[in-house]
Ligand binder design. Structure first.
Ligand SMILES: Nc1ncnc2c1ncn2[C@@H]1O[C@H](COP(=O)(O)OS(=O)(=O)O)[C@@H](OP(=O)(O)O)[C@H]1O
Ligand SMILES: Nc1ncnc2c1ncn2[C@@H]1O[C@H](COP(=O)(O)OP(=O)(O)O)[C@@H](O)[C@H]1O
Length: 188
């Protein structure tokens, strides 16, 4: 009934990838496009989660497990409320992403591996964090001295060093159309 009231098929789009791979950029562009199409959405990322709900958590493995557990539970509640939820966290561990996936109805969790190579992320270094990690000023940095486990079977892969933002958003929208979250009959 909540989904019907929102007139959309709720789904979670789960971006995973290295820092600087393009998760936030993609998530924001996708959300803008969904707004444009009259969809009701929520974006979860470090900016609105790690400063509040998860501000007690650091970056060691246990803290990352707990971060992703909380985010996944919140995403699930938000899809229960009828929203299209976009999540943009490194979420480096296969097990945590699998636990997240299992919270959702089959087909309503779309894992998007932002597979931009580490060398490109290091070169971009938008927050100068890789430079600090390489100088040893930040410990447990993903891709440097903390591991990233690539998804085994993601629904989609996007390498932002090879694919432009516009094409990536179009591909994401096509995936949402396939699960029925976007389409002519739902357009406002
Ligand atoms: N040690 C270490 N390793 C990786 N990233 C670090 C670290 N310390 C701070 N940051 C900044 O925190 C952002 C990652 O937070 P996440 O909540 O996405 O991480 S995780 O999913 O719990 O692994 C990440 O943001 P993004 O660059 O947007 O991915 C970094 O800006
Ligand atoms: N095709 C693209 N898609 C997404 N980001 C891109 C692309 N090309 C270049 N970039 C740049 O790469 C950086 C990615 O940073 P960000 O989105 O914050 O990544 P993350 O959230 O994974 O840390 C941004 O500076 C963005 O402008």
């Amino acid at each position: 009934m909540r989904a019907a009231a929102a007139q959309q098929v709720p789904v979670c789009i789960w971006f995973t990838g290295l820092s600087g791979s393009g998760k936030s950029t993609l998530a924001n562009a996708l959300e803008l496009e969904l707004f444009r199409r009259g969809r009701r959405t929520m974006l979860l990322d470090g900016d609105n989660v790690r400063h509040g709900l998860c501000r007690d958590l650091g970056m060691d493995d246990d803290a990352r497990h707990e971060n992703i557990r909380r985010v996944a539970e919140v995403a699930k509640l938000m899809t229960d409320a009828g929203l299209i939820v976009i999540s943009a966290f490194i979420s480096p561990f296969v097990r945590d992403r699998q636990i997240a996936r299992e919270l959702f109805i089959a087909g309503r969790f779309i894992e998007v591996y932002v597979e931009t190579p580490l060398e490109v992320c290091v070169q971009r270094d938008p927050k100068q964090l890789y430079a600090k990690a390489l100088r040893g000023e930040i410990k447990n940095f993903t891709g440097i001295d903390s591991s990233y486990e690539p998804p085994l079977a993601p629904e989609m892969r996007i390498d932002t060093s090879r694919m432009g933002l516009e094409e990536a958003v179009a591909n994401l929208c096509a995936a949402l159309e396939r699960v029925g979250s976007l389409g002519e009959s739902l357009a406002v």
